[in-house]
Design a protein around this ligand. Structure first.
Ligand SMILES: [Zn+2]
Length: 127
């Protein structure tokens, strides 16, 4: 289980914005990393990550859209018709964000927990 981490914004010399990623522990604040945010990845307030993404395959521009998602597991198949996603305007490559991935994993966990309780069909033993 991943602990909570938070992103703090500070200012260094010459008012240069500095991002500090830290993880609050029971009795201290663990600093995970400190970095200088790139201006092209953040909005002017350096608090909002810019929603500009480039495709890893073709460097095309990614846009917010939806894409179908299919889960093929032993015993069942699950399909979303339209899940929020980033879609490459050039090659159509699809990326899902953490929120969507977590939703998918949550649904899979739920299905597997529920279906485990279903009565199992007895194997036919042939002598
Ligand atoms: Zn692409």
């Amino acid at each position: 289980m991943r602990g909570h981490s938070s992103l703090l914004l500070g200012y260094g010399s010459k008012k240069r914005p500095v991002h500090v990623v830290c993880s609050p522990k029971e009795d201290y604040l663990a600093i995970i990393t400190v970095y200088l945010p790139h201006a092209d990845q953040w909005e002017e307030d350096f608090r909002t990550r810019r929603k500009i993404m480039k495709c890893l395959y073709c460097q095309g521009r990614m846009e917010r859209g939806t894409a179908p998602f299919r889960v093929d597991r032993k015993g069942y198949h699950f399909t979303w018709d339209a899940l929020p996603a980033w879609v490459c305007t050039q090659c159509g490559e699809v990326y899902f964000e953490e929120t969507e991935i977590e939703t998918i994993q949550g649904v899979i966990r739920l299905i597997e927990r529920k279906t485990r309780k279903l009565p199992q069909r007895r194997e036919l033993v042939v002598a």
